[in-house]
Design a protein around this ligand. Sequence first.
Ligand code: SF4
Ligand code: MG
Length: 322
Amino acid sequence: LPPLLEVHGLKKYFASGSSTVKAVDDVSFSLAEGQTLGLVGESGCGKSTTGRSVLRLIEPSEGSVRFMGQELTLLPEGQLRAMRRHMQMVFQDPYASLNPRMTIGEVLEEPLIVHKLHDRATRKRGVAEALDMVGLNPAYAARHPHEFSGGQRQRVGIARAIITRPKLVVADEAVSALDVSIQAQILNLLRELQQELGLTYLFVSHDLAVIRHVSDTIGVMYLGRMVESGRCEEVYTQPRHPYTQALLSAIPREHPRQHRERIILQGSIPNPAAPPSGCHFHPRCPSCMEICKTEAPAAVKVSATHTVACHLSRPELKLHPT
Ligand code: SF4
Ligand code: MG
């Protein structure tokens, strides 16, 4: 079976004054149907831009996005619009993405109207069914967004995303604005819906605990580049990139005996308009070597299911930290 989504060499460059911000710089990954890929990294690493470029909510500068056997980057507007029912998005702030003047029923019916799905009576049934699937009373269709709590609004946001029965859902910080107890409920809901509807998720979050909870595979991004990727458990238990190691050292262990020394990163994320030479991470890396300052590390496979872009993981280089 070919992957549902295959992204190759994706780039998104923005002009910023006289310089260019390489928000997404040569990112590749693939995602099998029914699986979840978690994209993780600090704010500004390009993970949201990657998600939006995949859906062509923003136009990628370069690269290939194959989805359901079609090259999305080459699709004319009309065909792209028709494909949108198969790929939906859940946003961080459901309130900002819900029109306050519309009833929940109107909010949910809108995608069905846009995609010319069903007659009016069937659409109404679809709205009631979607509300039920996300754990909301179908009678809430008559209410307005302001009548709901944050968690309920996110359920509406999810209902709106699944109402066209998409294949792919991109969730961008979908639980980040919610209290931890509500987060768990929403994550469980997303998992149930994945089972029930065979959904494939591209899950974008800065929160490593959330990403671990939901992902089959993960990609760690830093300043527009994918620095480490692989099977979720493999990356979490055997992180190879110093950036991943530092991120993971900052979250509580599941088993206290696996105690890992907290790695404090020097400095903050550099200006993306003027990223450091060589390995973008080198000014903050505790293992920085001379070569790191001039040469960007290529991605190498450290196992069949684990890829790292760091000179330390190049088997042919016997290098020592400076
Ligand atoms: Fe650190 Fe060098 Fe690896 Fe970059 S390539 S993460 S600077 S060791
Ligand atoms: Mg973001």
